[in-house]
Design a binder for this molecule. Structure first.
Ligand code: ATP
Ligand code: MG
Length: 339
């Protein structure tokens, strides 16, 4: 949505813990880059209606209207009766595919170089279906729900995404050797969708084997878009983050049919909240993904380049999670000086 000044208004959920600090960094950098974005803060304090957790109506309406939002990390209070706010958000806006790219940062060295992976995580069901019950004391049944509908939808997204970014292979990561019916359905859904994409090769791998090969030689996965059920995607994407330097660096997009919400992969990091220590890179790169999605590539390129240059500019300019000495604010002003 464009306002009278020609700026695009975008809802922002600043989030908990380090959320306000890293959101402030994004806003400052966008301002300095003259990005044509006007942020609209929205409140996600939930209430319970008919036993279901819901967000304020204004927030839901605003995000539906804009079709896009930027989100900081949300904490879920530990204890009975609290449903994850992240899950509620994914369900409210039907955000069925979570796209997580991981690329080595030139000039910031880790044990691995040449990492360039794209992982797409099924975002609505699997082990996160929330169906758990006690059968008897000491015996719990926890249901992993797999449907053809959600599996086909996320696989189709993966094939389309591969086409979009010019990759020739889609890799389904699964454990159908053990979960023959559940993961089996995910695999057969991918096979069904693959028929619509004759130019893209469908490949398969067992999740344990992917973990092994990923830490031996991540560059092998450059040719693929990986797609997998929910929990595997959660774990594999943290593994990929670790290869390039950690959670502070990895962006993501939660993609739905109508709405897409971009967010950092990491959580609210309560241990360092309010200490001017958080690394805003993950949220920044998520906002760069958002700019590309909004068809504003020139601003995306400009901000991304300044962020990557800052990360490569030495210990004094990067945050503690990257073994640097800079505060959040120092890192932010270094990015701005490179715009
Ligand atoms: P949540 O319950 O919200 O997921 P968490 O306790 O699991 O929070 P995470 O945010 O997932 O914490 O982070 C795990 C570790 O990584 C923490 O020690 C945290 O400080 C660190 N960390 C995560 N994100 C960042 C960041 N952006 N900058 C610096 N350190 C981070
Ligand atoms: Mg966490």
């Amino acid at each position: 949505k464009q306002n009278a000044n020609g700026k695009f208004t975008v809802p922002i959920i600043e989030g908990d813990g380090i959320g306000p600090e890293i959101s402030a960094a994004v806003k400052k950098i966008f301002g300095a880059a003259n990005a044509p974005i006007e942020w609209v803060p929205v409140d996600v304090t939930p209430s319970i209606v008919d036993g279901v957790q819901v967000f304020p109506k204004r927030t839901v309406d605003l995000i539906n209207e804009h079709k896009v939002a930027l989100k900081g990390p949300l904490a879920t209070p530990i204890g009975k009766g609290h449903v994850s706010l992240n899950l509620t958000l994914r369900r409210t806006f039907n955000l069925f595919a979570n796209v997580r790219p991981c690329k080595s940062i030139e000039g910031y060295n880790t044990a691995y170089s040449g990492v360039n992976t794209v992982l797409i995580r099924e975002n609505t069901e699997g082990e996160y279906s929330g169906i758990e019950h006690a059968i008897s004391p000491g015996v719990i049944q926890s249901i992993k729900l797999i449907t053809a509908k959600a599996s086909e939808r996320v696989c189709e997204y993966a094939f389309n995404y591969a086409n979009e970014i010019g990759k020739k292979k889609v890799l389904v990561v699964h454990k159908a050797s053990v979960m023959k019916l559940g993961d089996g359905l995910f695999v057969s859904s991918a096979e069904k969708i693959a028929k619509k994409f004759p130019n893209i090769e469908l490949c398969y791998e067992l999740i344990d084997n992917t973990c092994l090969k990923m830490v031996q030689d991540p560059s092998y996965y450059e040719d693929f878009v990986m797609v997998m059920p929910n929990l595997y995607g959660d774990i594999m994407s943290d593994l990929c983050s670790g290869l390039i330097g950690g959670l502070g660096l990895t962006p993501s997009g939660n993609m739905g049919i109508d709405v897409s919400i971009f967010e950092a992969v990491h959580g609210s990091a309560p241990d360092i909240a309010g200490k001017n220590m958080a690394n805003p890179t993950a949220l920044l790169l998520s906002s760069v993904m958002m700019l590309r999605y909004m068809n504003l590539p020139e601003y995306a390129d400009k901000i991304e380049k300044a962020v990557l240059e800052t990360l490569a500019s030495g210990k004094d300019n990067i945050t503690k999670d990257l073994k640097g000495n800079a505060t959040t604010e120092k890192f932010t002003s270094e990015v701005i000086s490179r715009l």
